[in-house]
Design a protein. Structure first.
Lengths: 355, 324
């Protein structure tokens, strides 16, 4: 598979080069405080880059890097969901002489040895979002977590408000054992008592955040469970293709607590009338987590001022019941694969996802 | 001639029936109509790529360009129309054109330049992924409504994708078993030297195997694009292993020769039902993986059982001879 990875890498780096040329013309605004005077290079390493969420996240990361003129070179690599490739990406970026690395360690602790060896060689390395184990100052420079437990608790509170008497909960997350799903579950359980029954396989149903697998999993769960009162999913848009399965089996789509996405918002608008139980609640999907991680990496590499926060907390975003903080949003004129909660303007996101 | 066909067919049907009984006993919901109609489309895509791989395997080859080919068909049929139904037919034609180019490239490299099939098709796969990135930038696009209706809809209570499989199986079986071209194709697969001695155009047939295979991958890719609302740009990756597995389960020898399209399609149903079963038992993911591996082992083991009986018989004869 080396050939194929090489070709994918080549395609990505060509794309990145073209984008970099295009953006070089942008006028530089005033330099933010986290951007120090020391010149440095930075690489963003993704464990899996093959969905629009990652594309918007990558664009957000890149936009953040561009705010700092001290960063002379920016590189990106996509591990394509392959742990081996993610590890070799990390090592080869360091070997190429990149000064600071921001790592989305999808594979979790499996990438820690690579991260540690890069840190020990004197580079700045900032893993973010997915816990990789290890310790700050021993294995890496700084870990910028996202409080998924907070997300879980936020969903839990909403579920309590729409189903005060309890009910059957179906919880879907990404790859097996991913720390995001486990933390969300902790948050959910901290709020929901035993009257809320989790009908999924423990700790969560594995979907790899892949729409095709999500569809298969949901099909099996709907057939198995006569009554599902609420679905909790940490990647809402991947559910859009699967939700019509309820309608096909003559049931109403149940309440849904998840993260936001334009296609999901539009799907809710199109289907809420014919599905009386379809209530929707979202937390911000957290594309902006990468900004904080990049700011930290740049601050450490260029001698800038360190940001105040070290944990990204996603705020509640849409609620179809109360309309607060937002009613469900839908921009039909823009691609479904963008996220209204992101700091990156919707039009720029549309460009990032190539449509 | 009819005995080996019956054996492969009986074996795969038997395995599937055993699986269905196990499903009924331990996870009845996995054989409920709702679950079946939801999962059959995925079985359909495995079946179609399996048929493509079958044709290549029959010529003693291996097609590792399948992931790139399926993914390219997926992104071309979603990105090109950009949710505009009117552009769908163009996208489909474009996808077919790509499939033909990739098929001829594979075929020429393997049959005329005598490159190792595995190496040649890996190279083609890389090229195809290049095209996937050029088309999509690695991002999914939402599928057009028309395609979602054609590939993901239902007719007379059955998912449309099932009709596509039935059609593809009928065409492949008919061409393979009932036409002169098909008989020559199989004969060459069984013994290319004998084929050449008989004056058949061996290289042409070997090349065309890759072309037919690409057309089937293309069909599978377009179906996936319709079945999944927002397919990723790497949707083909998870199909390579199943494509080979169903060919083997279907009873076709990896060394080439006779092919069993119908058994291959049933094997695809078996494999898909297996994963639905694992999902439905409601055990943790690790246990699901183990169940799948064990059942696959069982499916293949059913063949080995036959063989070991033969071996024992042979060994028995030898013993008798030794005693003499």
């Amino acid at each position: 598979m080396k050939y194929s990875n090489f070709a994918k890498g080549l395609a990505i780096s060509l794309g990145a080069a073209v984008m970099a040329l295009g953006s070089a013309n942008l006028a530089k605004a005033e330099v933010p405080s986290w951007c120090g005077p020391k010149k440095a290079t930075l690489a963003l390493l993704d464990g899996y880059g093959g969905n629009s969420w990652r594309q918007v996240t990558t664009a957000s990361g890149k936009q953040t890097v561009e705010l700092c003129p001290s960063i002379t070179k920016y590189e990106y690599a996509d591990g394509q969901g392959d742990t081996q490739k993610s590890i070799s990406d990390i090592k080869s970026m360091a070997a190429k002489g990149v000064d600071s690395l921001v790592v989305f360690g999808d594979a979790g602790p499996a990438v820690l040895p690579a991260i540690t060896s890069v840190f020990k060689s004197g580079k700045i390395i900032v893993p973010y979002r997915v816990a990789v184990g290890g310790k700050e100052g021993v294995n890496y420079s700084k870990f910028i977590g996202s409080s998924f437990e907070n997300d879980g608790a936020t969903w839990g509170k909403w579920i309590k408000s729409v189903l005060p008497k309890g009910g059957n909960v179906l919880f879907l997350s990404g790859p097996a054992g991913n720390s995001q799903g486990l933390d969300e579950l902790k948050g959910l359980k901290s709020v929901l008592g035993p009257e809320y029954v989790f009908v999924n396989a423990q700790p969560f149903d594995v979907t790899n955040w892949d729409p095709a697998l999500t569809q298969k999993v949901l099909t099996a769960e709907i057939a198995k469970n006569a009554k599902i009162d609420v679905i909790v999913s940490d990647f809402g848009p991947s559910l859009v293709g699967a939700l019509p399965t309820f309608t096909k089996q003559g049931k109403s789509i149940p309440a849904l607590a998840t993260s936001d996405g334009n296609s999901l918002g539009c799907f809710w608008h199109d289907n809420q009338a014919s599905n009386p139980d379809f209530k929707l609640f979202t937390v911000a999907t957290g594309n902006d987590n990468v900004r904080l991680a990049v700011q930290w990496a740049v601050a450490l590499a260029t001698g800038g001022e360190k940001p105040k926060d070290a944990i990204f907390k996603a705020p509640a975003f849409e609620d179809s019941v109360s309309g607060k903080p937002n009613a469900v949003l839908c921009r039909k004129d823009l691609p479904g694969a963008i996220y209204m909660s992101s700091e990156l303007p919707a039009e720029d996101q549309a460009k990032a996802v190539g449509q | 001639m009819s005995t080996p066909l019956a054996r492969s067919f009986v074996t795969v049907v038997f395995s599937t029936l055993v699986l269905l009984v196990v499903c009924l006993l331990f996870a009845p919901s996995s054989v409920s109509w709702g679950a079946l109609s939801g999962s059959l489309p995925f079985a359909a895509t495995i079946a179609i790529v399996g048929l493509g791989q079958l044709l290549v395997v029959q010529q003693g080859g291996f097609d590792l360009s399948l992931p790139g080919a399926v993914s390219l068909a997926v992104v071309v049929s979603t990105h090109h129309p950009h949710q505009d139904d009117g552009l769908l037919y163009q996208a489909v034609l474009l996808a077919i054109a790509f499939a033909l180019v990739a098929g001829f490239l594979n075929g020429i490299l393997v049959s005329f330049f005598r490159l190792n099939a595995i190496i040649a098709t890996i190279g083609t796969n890389a090229l195809l992924y290049g095209a996937v990135f050029a088309t999509s930038g690695g991002v999914p696009s939402i599928t057009t409504n028309l395609l979602a209706e054609i590939a993901g809809g239902e007719t007379l209570g059955l998912p449309n994708s099932v009709y596509f499989v039935l059609g593809a199986t009928a065409i492949v079986s008919f061409l393979l078993k009932k036409t002169v071209v098909g008989r020559r194709f199989e004969a060459i697969g069984a013994n290319p030297l004998a084929g050449r001695a008989a004056g058949l155009r061996v290289r042409l047939h070997q090349m065309m195997a890759y072309v037919y295979a690409q057309l089937l991958y293309c069909l599978a890719g377009i179906l996936i694009a319709g079945i999944t609302r927002e397919p990723t740009a790497f949707q083909g990756d998870s199909l390579l292993l199943p494509s080979v597995a169903v060919v083997v389960l279907g009873g076709t020898s990896l060394l080439g020769g006779r092919g069993y399209p119908i058994s291959t399609v049933i094997a695809a149903f078996f494999l898909n039902q297996l994963s639905q079963f694992a999902l439905s038992v409601g055990v943790p993911f690790s246990a699901q993986t183990i169940i799948q591996a064990l059942a696959l082992g069982f499916g293949i083991g059913v063949y080995s059982l036959r063989w070991s009986v033969n071996v024992r018989q042979t060994a028995g004869t030898k013993n008798v001879e030794e005693k003499k």
